[in-house]
Ligand binder design. Structure first.
Ligand code: SF4
Length: 382
């Protein structure tokens, strides 16, 4: 199984951010770390499998003081064995990392740092409200390399005011740092963010959809030319450097998420009508989270039972994100019915329309299908 630890602290809220993260809450860090360890103890009986990957996300994990980071990883390590962990990622904001933080994290077992570079130019970074510049990214990457870890850079395209040449420069500057992995996401303005308000008021404007599509095509081409192969709609890696943790999510491996707003997926249960599992979601305020872990009131955690048709749809939704697609035999062994039985004519129509490709027992999106994946998925919804 996979383990996710959410660190909801940030120095400043970015203008586009809808994640569960809060500036100015450093006084809560210590009780929060202790709460994470307590929650791990409480959830252990329901998640008995071996931990294969760990992901320390946020928020900004690199804001945790080293002593608390050590307390957290050691405390979790007393609950779950972390000896066999194949990949341990820590997200870090390039504006907040130090030599000693990176070294401490690596000593604690971090094998991979994920830095939110997002953009190159000051103009785009200002629009996003980021606290760092490109020099900080260069330094952060070199610290990670010195610590012997792999590096991911997160990038965003489709920023208000961003042009195709701006995006090309972001890609080129990211590639100059030779990352093992790049995640390139198209910006989706989230409700109730400063960016959303500025877009709605007309103060800012998103790039034209054709320009955004050209940005995505450019990313695929430039990254491939540099040896970063696309293995998922938004993710590119050198051979063997794909993010195992995320592949686990897309392959529906059970995961335990600890912390504010963290989600978990229980191991699958075989039901007469197919496979089913539960999805648990933690509360998203400190107050409710602290109450959840300190008392017996587990009603503060949302529990949703995923029905067999929903579980099958999730296999489609997540599996089609990956370049390797969905294997017919895996689908059948997971759900007890074949892809044809579940979706028959619809899939054949999508193949005829050029959105899906079905060959050698594998179903995957075509390049055209990647642009229209939402339409494909809406039609497959239960
Ligand atoms: S650093 Fe990340 S989590 Fe924090 S405010 Fe910015 S986008 Fe949100």
């Amino acid at each position: 199984m996979e383990l996710y630890l959410h660190i909801p602290f940030c120095k400043k809220k970015c203008r586009y951010c809808a994640f569960t993260s809060f500036p100015g809450q450093s006084g809560k860090m210590e009780p929060y770390v202790d709460a994470l360890i307590r929650e791990a103890n409480q959830q252990k009986p329901f998640f008995p499998e071996k931990v294969e990957t760990v992901y320390l996300g946020g928020g900004t994990p690199s804001l945790l003081p080293e002593a608390l980071l050590s307390r957290l990883v050691q405390g979790i390590g007393e609950v779950f064995s972390l000896y066999d962990v194949a990949e341990f990622t820590a997200e870090a904001n390039p504006g907040t990392v130090s030599v000693s933080w990176v070294r401490t994290a690596a000593t604690l077992g971090v094998t991979r740092f994920s830095f939110g570079m997002q953009a190159y130019s000051e103009k785009d970074l200002n629009t996003l409200g980021r606290i760092h510049g490109y020099r900080d990214v260069c330094e952060a990457v070199s610290l990670a390399r010195d610590a012997g870890a792999d590096v991911n850079l997160d990038l965003i395209f489709g920023i208000p005011g961003q042009t195709l040449p701006d995006w090309r420069q972001t890609l080129e500057k990211a590639l100059e740092l030779s990352p093992d992995h790049i995640s390139a996401y198209g910006l989706i303005p989230e409700p109730d963010t400063e960016m959303d308000r500025r877009l709605k008021s007309g103060e800012w404007e998103l790039p034209d959809p054709d320009v955004e599509r050209a940005m995505y095509d450019l990313a695929i081409r430039l990254l491939a030319e540099s040896g970063l192969k696309q293995y998922e709609i938004s993710n590119f890696a050198k051979p063997g450097k794909e993010c195992r943790h995320n592949i686990g999510y897309w392959s529906q491996i059970p995961y335990l998420g600890l912390g504010l707003a963290a989600a978990s997926m229980t191991p699958p249960l075989k039901a007469s009508a197919g496979v089913t599992y539960q999805r648990l979601t933690n509360p998203d305020t400190f107050e409710d989270y602290f109450r959840l872990v300190s008392g017996p009131d587990s009603s503060l955690r949302t529990v949703e039972t995923v029905s067999p048709p929903e579980a099958r749809f999730e296999t489609m939704m997540l599996g089609l994100r990956m370049a390797e697609g969905i294997r017919e035999d895996r689908f059948a062994s997971l759900h007890g019915i074949s892809l044809q039985q579940a979706y028959g004519n619809k899939l054949e129509q999508f193949v005829r329309d050029g959105f899906l490709l079905w060959e050698d027992g594998v179903l995957r999106l075509t390049r055209k299908g990647m642009d229209f994946q939402n339409q494909v998925l809406v039609d497959l919804m239960p």
